[in-house]
Design a protein around this ligand. Structure first.
Ligand SMILES: Cc1ncc(COP(=O)(O)O)c(C=O)c1O
Length: 418
């Protein structure tokens, strides 16, 4: 089934979908598992597990090298996965998809390869206050090395980026603007097309961290118009070890390699080498072949569901959570914007209870959430919080999961005298 043939009006049936995710069919501490941590990593459907298993059982061989059937099949599947992922994110040229290990590696690749060549003393890079550490630390390292300046678009009290301040920062003529498509803590969905257009008008390149967007909503990279786009496969139904960097062809062609070694070269002499074409120039050494194949199967799975339906389902869950939690769990503090402006993420606190204690008690009821700073320490500082608890949703979650969360949170309150 393709995105095109499935009627948009028919909603996802998460109960039926759960059968595709064998891990969900288990009890944890005597309760049915309620998995609410998909922003950290998604669960994997059987089709992804099978694609990887098939590769190891039938086709296991190195790619691009062997002139024999197994290697040819492995190469065809490895490169075929690139085509599937390109389709998922609206990219017409699959060779502009570089396999990485995760979004973190993709962002580091940009900072090391493009950044070291193009960023110099006094140059400005604009980031935001809501970035994951993966989209902060690589730029901090680069800025320290090159004596460049980092500037930050602040958030307002609803957790929405201050576009008026962005306008002012663009007057500094930044070389690069790098920001997240969707915040992993607040859930805020940023206006990526509009921000990209304005950054380009100011002469900046644009890098978008799509780790929390690609798994949860239609992403059309062609329509966004950015220069770089990164995401992790493991949050998008794919295996760990699979990640993607997309960049405009001219940029990838002009960027120096990130790592050197086998596969990324065309010719090697004792004192010099010539690089392979893109994307292989950025894929040194034996790649994670099964991870790429698994991510290809994940892209097929998501496209068959229809990303517009995935988004609609998760928005319904968020709206339900934002409605039910304050009513059922008196005193709960919720962070982030209204349901129509956010992805499937709800961060919260119970006053007087540390989020780690919240998560630990929830675990006793089989409810898996995340507690801590979610790799967004500066954002927590800005909100004057040391930590939060976070529930995040995937296609397999139901309103009943949110009811289970609310019931377990009341148990936390009863235990801690809330
Ligand atoms: C917005 C965002 N960016 C980047 C990352 C980093 O992803 P990974 O750890 O897979 O590299 C995450 C992970 O939580 C994220 O939520």
């Amino acid at each position: 089934m393709t995105t095109e043939t499935r009627p948009v009006a028919s909603p996802l049936d998460p109960v039926a979908l759960r059968a595709d995710f064998p891990i969900l069919d288990q009890e944890v501490r005597g309760h049915p598992l309620v998995y609410l941590d998909s922003a950290a990593t998604s669960q994997k459907p059987t089709s992804v597990l099978r694609a990887m298993d098939d590769y190891y059982r039938r086709d296991n061989a190195n790619v691009h090298r062997g002139i024999y059937a197994l290697s040819e099949r492995a190469t065809a599947d490895y490169e075929g996965a690139r085509v599937k992922v390109a389709r998922l994110i609206g990219v017409s040229d699959p060779h502009t998809i570089v396999w990485t290990r995760n979004a973190t590696e993709s962002l580091n690749l940009i900072a090391y390869s493009w950044g070291r060549r193009h960023i110099g003393r006094g140059d400005v890079i604009v980031l935001t206050e809501m970035e994951h550490h993966s989209n902060l630390v690589p730029w901090q390292i680069l800025a320290q090395e090159k004596d460049a300046d980092l500037e930050f678009i602040p958030i307002d009290d609803d957790g929405v980026l201050r576009q008026d301040v962005f306008e002012v920062l663009l007057r500094l003529k930044p070389k690069l603007v790098s920001f997240t498509h969707v915040s992993n803590m607040l859930g805020t969905v940023n206006p990526v097309e509009e921000m990209t257009r304005r950054a380009h008008e100011a002469g900046a390149l644009v890098s978008i961290d799509g780790a929390q967007a690609v798994p949860h909503m239609p992403v059309d990279i062609g329509a966004i118009g950015a220069d770089f786009y990164s995401f992790s496969g493991h949050k998008a139904m794919g295996p760990t070890g699979s990640g993607v960097l997309w960049a405009r062809r001219e940029l990838l062609e002009s960027m120096p390699p990130f790592l050197g070694g086998g596969d990324m070269i065309r010719e090697v002499h004792l004192r010099r080498s010539e690089w392979n074409d893109i994307p292989w120039k950025f894929e040194a050494g034996t790649p994670d072949i099964s991870a790429a194949i698994g991510l290809g199967a994940a892209a097929d799975y998501l496209m068959a569901l229809g990303m517009d339906r995935v988004r609609a389902h998760e928005q319904e869950l968020v709206a339900y959570a934002l409605d039910v939690l304050p009513r059922e769990v008196p005193g709960i503090e919720l962070y982030g914007p209204a349901a129509d402006q956010r992805g499937g993420v709800v961060s919260f606190n119970l006053p007087g209870v540390h989020p780690h204690d919240v998560a630990q008690v929830l675990d006793r009821f089989g409810v898996a959430i995340r507690a801590g700073h979610h790799c967004t320490m500066p954002l927590h500082e800005r909100l004057d919080l040391s930590a939060t608890a976070r529930a995040s949703f995937g296609v397999y979650n139901t309103p009943a999961d949110i009811d289970a969360l609310a019931a377990a949170l009341r148990e936390v309150q009863a235990l801690f005298g809330g």
